[in-house]
Write a protein that binds this ligand. Sequence first.
Ligand code: SAM
Length: 294
Amino acid sequence: MSKFGTEGEDIIGQWSEEKLDLLAKYLKAYSDIMNKQKESWLKAYYYIDAFAGSVRPKAQNDEQRYIDGSPLRALQTDPKFDAYWFMDLNPQRVERVENLRDEFPDHTIYTCRGDCNNILCDEILPQITYSSNKRAFVFLDPYGLQVDWETVKKIAETQTCDIFVNFSVMGVTRLLPREQNPEPKVIEQLSKVMGNTDWIKQIYQPPKRMQLDFFEDNPSDLISSRETIKAEWLADQYTEQLRSLFKHVSKPVLMRNSTNSALYALCLASHKEIAVKITNDIFKRYEKLKGISG
Ligand SMILES: C[S@@+](CC[C@H](N)C(=O)[O-])C[C@H]1O[C@@H](n2cnc3c(N)ncnc32)[C@H](O)[C@@H]1O
């Protein structure tokens, strides 16, 4: 899906810039609130970017224009976070984030190379326990279906982290065949990402006989087919699942490409009502600007 520039950077569409603007708006609100809490009980609050990316991606329709990616949006947030964790699978991208230490000498930046599911669960979350009086914001922004449901569950269990997830509705839809039931390995893959796959039964019609054959009863003639999957509906399935782990979950906002196809659903899950209220307000304003009725 993603295209790369000459330096291996992502080339991103308008929707990605909008995603980054929504992220920056929420980070500002989160940091304002948390910074005030530091006057009383809060010891520290962190920004965790599990899929840091190429730092300065290029704009799709303007090869000369570079955009500040999520690490820069976070580092530019005022007031600043007590520390920033950036992870990526790609060593070159991790190195680029490391170079940001020169640009932001007053910020505490940690980097990790590897699968963020392991890094989060094994190294980072154990440091942000409820009793530590530390809190964190976790941005989960994969290309596709790389966020394990088990990771989301572990994050929720800490009761200390908000997550901002960019859920790949397109990645899920692409896995589900139109003219037959999904293979067990597909169901397994979706269960790994969404925790529950009961919803799949709802979109497949009962098998129909393809052709009338009076002499043979060949079960391969029996086919299932699925309805078109509405992106809004799929996004709701995911946020419903999130509600089983987090007390408060925002309304998802769909991120669409230039041909209006829904690619991702962005949403926030938190244990704090105020976090979701702020996000819903930010999303509502965005949808109004885009002429989407809520
Ligand atoms: C969509 S890009 C991130 C864009 C970035 N958040 C932004 O908005 O500027 C996804 C990134 O995740 C990295 N990645 C893919 N799978 C990963 C995994 N399992 N753990 C950590 N990083 C991963 C890729 O190398 C890529 O840089």
